[in-house]
Ligand binder design. Structure first.
Ligand code: C2E
Ligand code: MG
Ligand code: MG
Ligand code: MG
Length: 280
């Protein structure tokens, strides 16, 4: 970014820039050691099937337990891991661990894993997925891979070919953060996704903006006619839950049903009050 504003040479000598750069280098150094030091942990957040009123799957969310800095969220270290070439081994670890953990769950429960666009640039992604499945023994139908629209922005043909290869293995493909990209609709045309995850920004503004409800309703309708399930992300309140289900989304995910938790703390049934929650 410093280069883009044309002041790179000046900025280099600014003390705060120096501190920023140092912090970044430190993070990189720590990150390179983190996998070997077993500092990563997987958290899982339930996705609730509205009609069945039960947990249909969990999304895997990566956490880094830094020895001095405490828990660091993926938004702060995934981009760094991508930059320094660490996302491939890290992504492989996540895939394998997530599949392993899921084998201990009831058979109808799926596991979703986020993939970085950078993992698609490595030719070994299909191999990594098949290795995770064979090592864990998880049925491919129980694994769902979440990709963002940005994956389809890069080398579209190669990406789509890879997606088809994964699909042929029996794995499910979900489009994450739907509606935030530049041409969401054309991405839907490029691959028959199993699931659309409606970005949480639409859910957050449901009560304050009428257009958000209209958009969510349209996406749910679109998903239904394309044979894709639709998940609303970031559902935090009972109100949002009711609006989302009335809008026709097939699944909900968010703090209302549960925050991401380590595998050991998962309870695979809904708590009493959520179970009786009226479903439209
Ligand atoms: P995402 O895949 O869209 O994941 C959803 C994010 O929303 C998660 O943040 C989750 O904790 C948060 N969330 C869920 N429900 C609610 C809610 O009701 N309210 C609010 N405010 N937030 C909610 P998290 O865990 O910080 O992850 C952020 C992003 O980091 C993820 O967005 C995903 O893009 C990426 N990420 C996480 N784990 C991995 C991973 O293993 N590999 C890769 N490549 N990316 C990952
Ligand atoms: Mg996701
Ligand atoms: Mg998302
Ligand atoms: Mg996201």
């Amino acid at each position: 970014r410093a280069k883009a504003d044309g002041r790179a040479t000046y900025r280099f000598f600014e003390p705060e820039m120096d501190a920023e750069l140092q912090a970044r280098r430190l993070l990189e150094t720590d990150l390179r050691k983190a996998l070997a030091n077993r500092e990563f942990e997987l958290y899982f957040q339930p996705q609730v099937n509205v009609r069945a009123n039960e947990i249909g799957g969990y999304e895997t969310l990566l956490r880094w337990r830094h020895p001095e800095r405490g828990t660091i969220s993926p938004g702060d270290f995934i981009p760094v891991a991508e930059d320094i070439g660490l996302i491939a081994p890290l992504g492989d670890w996540v895939l394998e661990q997530a599949c392993m953990v899921a084998t201990g769950w009831p058979k109808h429960i799926k596991v979703a894993v986020n993939l970085s666009p950078v993992q698609f640039r490595n030719k070994t992604l299909v191999q990594s997925v098949s290795r995770a499945l064979s090592r864990s023994g998880l049925a491919p139908e129980r694994l769902e891979l979440e990709i963002t629209e940005s994956v389809l922005l890069q080398d579209n043909e190669l990406t789509v070919a890879t997606l088809h290869q994964l699909r042929r293995m029996g794995v499910r493909i979900a489009m994450d953060d739907f509606g935030t990209g530049y041409s969401s609709l054309s991405y839907l045309r490029s691959f028959p996704f199993d699931k659309i995850k409606i970005d949480q920004s639409f859910v957050r503004e449901l009560s304050s903006r009428a257009d958000c409800l209209a958009i969510v309703r349209s996406i749910a309708g679109l998903g239904a006619s394309l044979g894709m399930s639709t998940v609303a992300e970031g559902v935090e309140t009972e109100d949002q839950f009711h609006q989302i289900t009335a809008a026709g989304c097939t699944e909900v995910q968010g703090f209302y049903f549960g925050k991401p938790k380590p595998a050991s703390e998962l309870v695979h049934t809904l708590t009493a009050n959520r179970r009786t929650a009226e479903v439209a």
